[in-house]
Design a protein around this ligand. Structure first.
Ligand SMILES: C[S@@+](CC[C@H](N)C(=O)[O-])C[C@H]1O[C@@H](n2cnc3c(N)ncnc32)[C@H](O)[C@@H]1O
Length: 421
């Protein structure tokens, strides 16, 4: 329910967010096309109350979910890209751990650092703080109460042998040997399942700079192999990632959580499949808040191809995942690509609204009409009108080039639409 006070508040916001709001969340892994956390953060504050359930059906790396948890809401994220899923799981887990016991994320970071140091010095007798204290198991037990799936379930699903053969086309041979050793250490040391997932995210995050194709992620998405190999210091890259992650955890202000009830649900699911997501909360959604993929703008799957190889995906798997991506850039020359984008989004929306409570609010971040994709917002509005859900407000935001989401396309402006029943 949007009161006049909330309405005025929303109308007076500078949606460009040229200033970073203190205490909001930041990403621990690169991913194209994410929105600044200030966008969902502001909408969540205005449209929901403590403990409400916020649903992002195109969750990406979890910007909406993190802001929801940070502000004491519950979050449900659905995402078709396994890399997005694992990143949001680890980010959300670190935030929830902080909300229960602020010392735990730092212990995890310190343990990962000691694995890196022992690999760097070829010293396999790692002195893990986590081993001494059995903290790895404690962390898993804490998170098993707060998150579905549990760390054990998710680690079992994601811990496949990497596709080293495909990675060898991108990474210099000795750098790849070091990566393999590090991967094996993370897998076999007593970090606990969540710690191992955090280690996978760390390795995944450094793959792009560790590869010899350093021009841009677009080159990786377009399968432009490196012309020559270059050796990279993966230990330095990992240590930098750990420092950055530690800094993010310290700076993100989070509301403390009860610690004994589910706060976060994650579904690896494509809306292009006939079936509905397997994992879902047993409570109704209060706010649907999302930024669906923009037609022909980005290949989310292909951009993360190196990380998908790390998660054990074959070339064929990568192709299949890409074919399930709504609005993927590589589909832009297909006949009726924009019409397909709209109908895919509207079909998915017809499934997504079935999880909403009768007085839920919906907020979408969509391309502005100047970006030549007006059919998307128009299709969403028409569908929602047909189920008696009306548009309450629409604001514009421009995308700052400094941290542009879509600066490689013609998209420089977006709209934010808010709907209610
Ligand atoms: C604009 S991005 C969302 C980014 C997110 N707001 C964030 O900040 O991380 C759109 C997301 O939709 C996902 N997606 C595309 N097609 C999908 C499908 N069929 N099912 C589920 N997710 C899909 C993409 O993988 C991408 O992560």
């Amino acid at each position: 329910m949007i009161t006049t006070r909330i309405w005025r508040q929303l109308e007076n916001i500078d949606w460009d967010f040229s200033e970073h709001l203190l205490g909001s969340s930041k990403a621990i892994h690169w991913y194209p096309g994410t929105f600044p956390s200030e966008v969902p953060g502001t909408l969540i504050q205005a449209l929901s109350a403590q403990d409400d359930l916020i649903f992002d059906p195109y969750g990406g790396i979890g910007t909406t979910a993190l802001e929801s948890l940070r502000q004491g809401r519950r979050a449900w994220l659905v995402e078709g890209n396994p890399v997005g899923c694992i990143i949001s799981y680890v980010s959300a887990g670190l935030l929830l751990l902080k909300s229960v016991d602020p010392s735990l994320p730092a212990i995890l970071v310190a343990s990962l650092r000691s694995i890196i140091e022992s690999n760097k010095n070829d010293n396999l007798t790692v002195q893990l703080r986590i081993k001494e204290d059995n903290v790895g198991k404690d962390i898993d037990n804490i998170l098993a109460k707060l998150i579905q799936p549990t760390p054990k379930q998710l680690y079992n699903a994601f811990s496949c042998e990497p596709n080293w053969e495909s990675l060898a086309k991108w990474v210099e041979p000795q750098t790849l040997i070091n990566l393999r050793k590090l991967h094996y250490s993370i897998k076999t040391t007593p970090l606990g399942n969540f710690g191992k997932l955090a280690g996978l995210v760390m390795t995944s995050a450094i793959l792009r700079p560790a590869s010899s194709q350093t021009q841009s992620w677009g080159h990786i998405a377009d399968n432009v192999l490196p012309k020559s190999f270059e050796s990279k210091d993966i230990y330095k890259l990992c240590n930098n990632w750990l420092s950055r992650t530690q800094n993010i955890i310290v700076k993100t202000q989070v509301t403390s959580s009860p610690g004994n009830e589910k706060r976060f649900w994650l579904s690896l699911h494509s809306w292009q499949k006939r079936k509905l997501p397997k994992i879902k909360p047993s409570i109704e959604v209060n706010v649907l808040l999302t930024s669906p993929p923009y037609a022909g703008a980005i290949d989310y799957t292909l951009a993360q191809r190196l990380s998908l190889y790390l998660l054990g995906h074959s070339e064929d798997n990568v192709k299949t995942l890409c074919s399930m991506e709504i609005g993927a850039r590589r589909k832009r020359f297909l006949p009726a690509s924009q019409a397909n984008w709209v109908s895919d989004m509207v079909h998915a929306l017809s499934q997504q609204v079935t999880y909403l409570s009768s007085n839920a609010s919906l907020a979408f971040v969509l391309p502005h009409k100047d970006a030549g994709r007006e059919a998307g917002p128009v299709g969403i509005e028409a569908y929602l009108r047909s189920i008696d859900c009306s548009k309450l407000m629409e604001v514009e935001r421009s995308i700052r080039q400094g941290r542009a989401r879509q600066s490689w396309t013609s998209i420089k402006k977006e709209i934010i639409q808010i709907y209610g029943f």
